[in-house]
Write a protein that binds this ligand. Structure first.
Ligand code: ATP
Ligand code: MG
Length: 265
């Protein structure tokens, strides 16, 4: 699938164009396809829910203002909320910090028949944790392999895992942060902490390059989604989820009754 990080590729985000639109001229050119994918996603989710055996996990990672929230809002706009949960991972609570880094992740995995969305994830434990020296390198370095093994088990047990890195460039982040300051309806989203993180742009780049290089596996692939253009970002994420669900081909269980033999008076 497009934008998938193939096993064994050394990723350098600086070499990937965040403004790529995959040949679509503009928003209008992609609109019909996006609407079709969003509708198709609804249909497939219904089948996944009815089948009630497997589930799908969608991991979203990005720099601040990369568009995680907007992606969820648009791509999932057609799905029935009953079969979908979003979990946002913040700095660990006291209870979370008293456990291993995958404890809170395991608890948030989607139940059978559901789509689970992670707004940030266990990858923070090799990103922000690395950039801010929250644990020694000997600890976070082990985590790439621990994560791969964890995701393998998760997928073996019936949860398909898709991971999206929403790729914006530094200029686009500047525009978006400025837009939050300029629009009173968006100012609540602005946090001075975002500026401090922006100072560490290169450190995050390096940490993301490693994540994408080391943790894109056959069972839990990463996708680098060009995300400067929000409409293209939405299209890529929606399309990838739809294709994956089509491949999973969920089927409602066989009826336990013969409908022809039932009379409702
Ligand atoms: P938005 O992009 O809309 O601002 P957000 O995901 O940035 O949403 P915030 O509440 O602003 O939400 O930030 C959550 C913060 O928690 C992030 O800075 C993130 O790096 C941090 N965080 C998440 N997981 C961990 C972790 N395991 N250890 C330390 N910090 C973490
Ligand atoms: Mg934030």
């Amino acid at each position: 699938m497009r934008h998938r990080v193939e096993l064994g590729t050394k990723v350098r985000l600086d070499d990937i164009d965040a403004s790529d639109t995959g040949g679509y001229a503009d928003r209008a050119a992609a609109a019909v396809e996006l609407a079709r994918d969003v509708a198709r996603l609804d249909e497939l989710q219904d089948r996944l829910y009815a089948e009630n055996t497997r589930s799908l996990l969608v991991v979203l990672q990005a720099m601040d203002s990369g568009g995680k929230d907007g992606t969820i809002k648009h791509v999932m706009s057609g799905v029935n909320p009953i079969g979908c949960q979003v979990t946002s991972f913040k700095s660990p609570s006291e209870e979370e910090a008293d456990h291993d880094f995958l404890w809170r992740i395991g608890k948030a995995l989607p139940r059978r028949g559901n789509i689970g969305i992670f707004n940030r994830s266990h990858y923070e434990d090799v990103l922000v944790v690395r950039v801010h020296d929250l644990v020694p390198p000997s600890v976070w370095r082990e985590r790439f392999d621990q994560i791969n093994r964890f995701e393998r088990l998760v997928s073996e047990l019936g949860t398909r895992v898709l991971k999206f890195y929403l790729h914006i460039d530094r200029d686009e982040q500047k525009r978006r942060l400025q837009a939050r300051l300029d629009d009173p309806n968006k100012t609540w989203k602005f946090s001075p902490a975002d500026l401090a993180e922006r100072q560490r742009w290169n450190d995050y780049r390096e940490a993301y390059d490693d994540v994408l290089t080391k943790c894109s596996t056959e069972w839990a692939p990463w996708f680098v989604v060009p995300a400067n253009k929000k409409w293209y970002r939405n299209l890529v994420v929606a399309r990838t989820i739809v294709k994956t669900l089509e491949e999973m081909d969920p089927r409602p269980p066989r009826p336990t009754v013969d409908p022809k033999k039932i009379v409702i008076d």
